[in-house]
Design a protein around this ligand. Structure first.
Ligand code: NA7
Length: 867
């Protein structure tokens, strides 16, 4: 802790770094009237664009989208010259903004922050510089850039080399002269691929040392014409919205089609068009499963490989340039004449995986098989990404624990929203690890983070809150989501710097949030709208308690996993179901939420007769010797949508876990088949199971019915019908958030009418399709809650969800069953949403509910006395 020193400057906030994020942070906080000081190691503003001034450096997001959008004036005053601007132009832009907003007066250059320590007593940060001086600030904000800690390989004999050495990320300000020289470049990432064609034109001889071959597409860079610029300016409001709610922060996105749905010819046509058009995502955006499904990804990868073969004349060189990792799992690369450069006489390529670098010598570089004399060696070897820049500062939070210790050098990386980490109050990381950052247009991610942080500080000040800190639960949750989302694609299956794989000894783990900037923004906005859910703070001394100080994460509230799903569905932007036709509504695919189907000993599809037709059933038989008890299961979907596939995963899990046959019933749907068809089909299916028991390995004495939502309605209606019609005898009814009454007059309808997956409007749409008229709604076979007498029905399990319009009617039905003397096990899953039973792939509570149902079934079946 710092002894109280006089003359220690005190600021509201200290920002580290004067790149794009640091500058905008300064502007926002200064505008709001806070005292801010920015510290920057470089001599001037620019960050990434100050340091990366190697030949050929340029942005890979189109310039017109790679700029600040917070000021219309700035947008209109600046005109980019080319589709992809070169580094000097980008740096001029940053300088123009810094001048215009007079930002330099609050920036101290040539100053490196070496340490920052949180003072628990004073709830502020003590920040030390490389000259030993100290400042104090309430908020410590890192604007370090994700790629600012250069990675220079530690080659044996490096210090003996007599030539010049440079790293692309620490390029000198003076011009580097390659003229006629023997130049080596190690590294073929974006930087190498941009630099190599430019250096090749000047150098006497260029040798490229390549560790991993890369996919790269032409940038097709060109000057921007005035028409494009004026159109962009006119439409910037709309473009900005598109960028903000997109996947990658650009105003376009992947086409909703699998690469495997098109013929090879059609794919080829589209890929060729993209190749001619150029651009970072143009090729991948043809389909929505590139980088996700291996076979789909391979179609794009092999297209690029063919292109490389066509361009590179020397067969051996072309072979060495063939990439093999999953395309689009590293940041895509766009180039200008990269592969063409290998056709020059003065360029050669060394595959250092086959012929590794052994050491550097005074004259150059030695590999296992050869020696290369060099005058200049360029390291285009990238960065210790994301965590690297943070670890270079000795950041210490509560109890003097350093960030490096807490994150175990990166092996235990945990952040909440990539913005904060527990134990480090009042510290914000702009575009920190586990935020979308490097997977997106950085400008969109930067502005979003800065705005969020500035608003957050405003909120804390307004409400006199201090020591603002992410909770351990919140960061645990967030880190799990980040890993899970990366695992849903091929991203975590490639050795990339996203995974920390480029740095020797760096722990592996996906370092960013791969759910897209749109989803991420919705989540961050929701967190703030909920009074900064997942963060804690303390009330400042003497301040009035407004009840804003919270503890815990989503306490007594919606389950965070369910909330995350809701945000994902919201960001997918699908129109509400009631605005669709039933045919279109039936095309919705939620299979990802169910998870991977588990093996079942036998799964059989059959067709069974029902009055007036035939329907399909799917029979799941567990391992072991029959006859088995059976559950006849009805899927949900408001009698209008849903099918056997929707509930395939839970049916498999029930069959295995309850040790029973599950017969899943594809009853006929409304509006083609209105009430009471579905109920009659459901009843006919049970009778069929009993009559055909021997044939399907089932014990007819131990039959249960069950279903979710509208399927729960059908299950209980079948139980009523069986009682009325004198059979079959049912052992159990398993009712999962069932529909029990054609009425919307409940608290749960009022509380959860919108925003929790199933809405009141959708429910009305379902009912209107199902019933022939209002009168039907009074029929107990549609609204079993209205049945006069519920006695004599089979014992029941009734599961409901806290955030579900149907919660109260399910619970009311359970109460009525109990009152009628029926044994009932009723459980409310407080934090859950409608449909959670078939979402075990993403909701732990979905899986728990399936376990509960399986146990209840097992017990019910075992208590049936068999003859
Ligand atoms: P990258 O993309 O990390 O590329 C670095 C390159 O250097 C890559 O080819 C690496 O091979 C190679 N490399 C790294 N370490 C070594 C060692 N020790 N020996 C040999 N070769 C090595 O960095 P860039 O600067 O090109 O681009 C960074 C980002 O900036 C880019 O993604 C854009 O977002 C802009 P590897 O592939 O790891 O085998």
């Amino acid at each position: 802790m710092v002894e109280r020193q006089q003359n220690v400057p005190v600021f509201d906030a200290v920002v580290v770094g004067a790149g794009f994020s640091g500058l905008y942070m300064l502007q926002r906080l200064r505008e709001a009237g806070y005292s801010v000081r920015v510290y920057e190691a470089g001599e001037d503003v620019g960050g990434t664009w100050y340091w990366n001034r190697y030949p050929g450096a340029r942005c890979d997001i189109e310039s017109i989208y790679y700029n600040y959008t917070f000021s219309e004036e700035i947008l209109n005053e600046w005109t980019w010259s080319a589709r992809y601007a070169e580094q000097p132009e980008i740096l001029s832009y940053i300088n123009y903004v810094a001048d215009k907003l007079d930002l330099r007066r609050d920036i101290q250059f040539n100053t490196r922050i070496t340490a920052a320590r949180y003072n628990e007593q004073n709830c502020n940060w003590e920040i030390r510089m490389d000259d030993g001086s100290l400042v104090i600030a309430e908020y410590f904000i890192t604007a370090l850039g994700c790629l600012s800690a250069s990675n220079v390989p530690d080659l044996k004999g490096m210090d003996t080399f007599k030539g010049e050495m440079y790293h692309t990320g620490r390029w000198p300000h003076e011009e580097v002269d390659f003229n006629g020289k023997r130049v080596g470049v190690i590294g073929t990432g974006s930087s190498g691929i941009q630099a190599i064609p430019v250096i090749a034109k000047e150098a006497g001889q260029l040798t490229v040392f390549q560790r991993t071959p890369q996919y790269s597409c032409p940038a097709q860079n060109h000057p921007l014409d005035s028409e494009v610029i004026s159109q962009t300016r006119e439409n910037y409001g709309e473009l900005k919205q598109l960028m903000r709610y997109s996947m990658h922060g650009v105003p376009s996105g992947p086409r909703m089609r699998s690469a495997l749905e098109d013929s090879p010819e059609e794919r080829e046509r589209l890929y060729e068009k993209a190749w001619q058009e150029g651009g970072l995502f143009t090729l991948t955006y043809n389909y929505n499963d590139i980088g996700i499904l291996p076979e789909a990804t391979e179609t794009a990868a092999s297209f690029i490989r063919t292109k490389i073969k066509q361009v590179v004349q020397d067969h051996d060189t072309a072979q060495k340039l063939m990439p093999s990792y999953y395309y689009a799992t590293k940041r895509p690369i766009i180039d200008t004449d990269y592969f063409e450069t290998y056709n020059r006489d003065n360029v050669s390529l060394v595959d250092i995986k086959a012929d590794p670098i052994v050491e550097m010598t005074p004259n150059g570089l030695k590999t296992t098989n050869a020696e290369y004399d060099l005058d200049v060696l360029v390291f285009a070897t990238g960065f210790d990404a994301m965590t690297g820049p943070l670890f270079k500062i000795d950041i210490r939070g509560k109890n003097d624990v350093s960030l490096k210790q807490k994150w175990e050098d990166g092996a235990n990386l945990k952040t909440y929203l990539g913005l904060a980490t527990s134990g480090f109050p009042n510290m914000f990381m702009l575009t920190g690890p586990q935020s979308p950052s490097v997977l997106s247009n950085m400008m969109v991610s930067i502005e979003q983070h800065v705005d969020w942080v500035a608003d957050c500080i405003g909120y804390l000040r307004e409400h006199h809150l201090q020591a603002f800190e992410a909770t351990a639960e919140a960061e645990e949750f967030w880190s799990q989501q980040c890993a899970a989302i990366a695992d849903m694609s091929l991203l975590s299956k490639t050795d990339s710097w996203y995974m920390g794989a480029n740095i020797e000894g760096k722990p592996r783990g996906f370092l960013a949030f791969a759910g897209g900037v749109g989803l991420y923004r919705l989540i961050c906005d929701d967190v703030s709208a909920r009074g900064y859910e997942g963060f804690t703070s303390e009330l400042a001394a003497g301040a009035k308690d407004e009840g804003l100080v919270k503890e815990g994460f989503f306490m007594g509230n919606i389950d965070p996993q369910a909330w995350f799903i809701l945000k994902q569905l919201e960001s997918a932007g699908a129109p509400p179901m009631e605005q669709l036709t039933p045919e279109l509504a039936r095309m919705g695919d939620f299979s990802q939420l169910a998870g991977i189907p588990e093996e079942v000993a036998k799964v059989e599809n059959r067709s069974i007769p029902v009055p007036g037709g035939e329907i399909a059933v799917r029979i799941y038989t567990p391992a072991g010797e029959g006859p088995f008890p059976a559950l006849v299961y009805y899927h949900g979907g408001g009698w209008v949508i849903g099918n056997l596939d929707t509930v395939d995963v839970p049916c498999r899990l029930l069959a295995n876990r309850a040790g029973c046959v599950v017969v899943s019933v594809d009853y006929r749907l409304a509006p083609e088949h209105k009430f009471p068809t579905a109920a009659e089909d459901a009843y006919a299916a049970v009778k069929w199971v009993v009559e055909n028991a021997a044939n399907i390995g089932v014990d007819p004495e131990r039959i249960a019915v069950g279903g979710d939502s509208a399927g729960g309605n059908l299950a209980t209606v079948v139980a009523l019908m069986a009682r009325e019609e004198g059979g079959p005898a049912l052992a159990y009814q398993m009712l999962l958030y069932p529909v029990t009454n054609h009425s919307y007059d409940t608290d749960s309808y009022r509380e959860n009418a919108e925003g929790y997956f199933l809405t009141k409007n959708t429910m009305e749409w379902f009912w209107n399709h199902y019933l022939r008229d209002e009168q039907d709604g009074q029929n107990p076979y549609a609204s079993p809650l209205l049945a006069e007498d519920l006695s004599g029905l089979p014992p029941a399990l009734v599961i409901t969800a806290g955030f579900d319009p149907l919660r109260d009617e399910g619970e009311a039905y359970a109460e009525r069953l109990k009152a009628a003397g029926v044994p009932v096990e009723a459980t409310r899953y407080d934090g859950m949403i409608h449909g959670f039973f078939w979402m075990p792939g993403v909701l732990a509570e979905g899986n728990n509910a399936i376990n509960q149902a399986a146990n209840a079934l097992k017990q019910a079946f075992s208590s049936v006395k068999t003859v």
